[in-house]
Design a protein around this ligand. Structure first.
Ligand code: CP
Length: 316
């Protein structure tokens, strides 16, 4: 297995099965610190730089919280408009990263351009973590998802995943790569203009992922062990910011999960949503035994604790 020390976390493509378990074991070892709401000194003296060129609630703050829980410090920006990348100068990733690498020991970057964190990693002498790049990937979110599923189901093998929402979404790409490393079968449900692209299908075919595409969640809900959701009413992820203007429309029932629908699901099936949500996931599902998206808020911090300590070489 490749060492994690000094490594960039840019994509789950090529992330091996044993590497998932290495990350999950590390998360298990650190979880008690977060559970006890205390701090340790594992990353004392280390600084995390957050470079967010797109809005975020969970990903940025979970990384920051993880760093603080491990005794490290945090600097960075969450509004690129107030940096030289977002004003008249439109400073390049290369020039920006040549600065940021001296301000801290690890950089977490979210960007509206697919591949921007990989471009940053080319120039940075410190590890770069991809916190979501355009429609590209969202590896730390999906590591959190898979960790949550492992904790809830006790295994990642022999499961059927129902993925519903916009398949152009970065989480869906990372999730597809992740599923290919386990004995997982998948049903994808998306509107035609948001379905898996031919190019991406070719990639997952090459990874031997067993999957089908269906029209309505009703057709597959009874065989789901995991229901993994994204909105179909959502912003343009290739923009730095997409304001809501006027009526954005409603989610068709094909892509909605409701309490009524969950009556047809297996009793032990679980619903995950990376959040934020629109109307595709009814709030009434929050009060069913199936909801696991709030557990993910906790696991999201633990996962980032694991990743930061691994790439900073403290848990080899
Ligand atoms: N899940 C997720 O990426 O949420 P944020 O956009 O709030 O970071």
């Amino acid at each position: 297995m490749r060492s994690f020390a000094g490594r960039d976390i840019l994509s789950l493509k090529g992330f091996e099965r044993a590497e998932y378990f290495r990350v999950f074991e590390t998360a298990d070892r650190l979880a008690q610190i977060a559970r006890d709401r205390r701090s340790s000194d594992l990353l004392a003296g280390k600084i995390l730089v957050t470079a967010f060129y797109q809005p975020s609630t969970r990903t940025r703050l979970a990384h920051e919280s993880a760093m603080l829980r491990l005794g490290g410090q945090v600097t960075g920006f969450s509004d690129a408009k107030m940096t030289r990348a977002g004003d008249f100068y439109q400073e390049s990733i290369k020039d920006t990263v040549h600065m940021l690498e001296f301000y801290g020991d690890v950089i977490v970057m979210r960007h509206f351009e697919q591949g921007a964190p990989a471009e940053a990693a080319k120039w940075a002498s410190v590890p770069v973590i991809n916190a979501g790049d355009g429609w590209g990937e969202h590896p730390t979110q999906v590591l959190t998802d898979m960790y949550t599923i492992l904790k809830e189901k006790g295994t990642l093998d022999g499961l059927h995943f129902v993925l519903v929402g916009d398949m152009r979404m970065r989480t869906m790409h990372s999730m597809s790569y992740a599923m290919s490393q386990f004995d997982i079968t998948a049903s994808y449900i998306a509107p035609e203009d948001m379905s898996l692209t031919d190019e991406f299908k070719k990639e997952i075919d090459e990874l031997s992922l067993e999957y089908e595409e269906v029209e309505h969640i009703d057709q597959v809900i009874d065989k789901a062990d995991v229901i993994y959701m994204e909105p179909v009413v959502q912003p343009d992820y290739t923009k730095s910011r997409d304001e809501r203007t006027g009526d954005v429309g409603k989610t068709p029932s094909n892509y909605q999960v409701t309490r009524e629908l969950m009556k047809k699901a297996k009793g032990d099936s679980i619903v995950l949503h990376s959040l934020p949500r629109m109307d595709e996931l009814s709030e009434e599902v929050d009060y069913t035994r199936h909801a696991r998206y709030w557990e993910e808020a906790f696991n999201g911090v633990v996962m980032r604790m694991a990743l930061l300590s691994l790439v900073l070489g403290k848990m080899e």
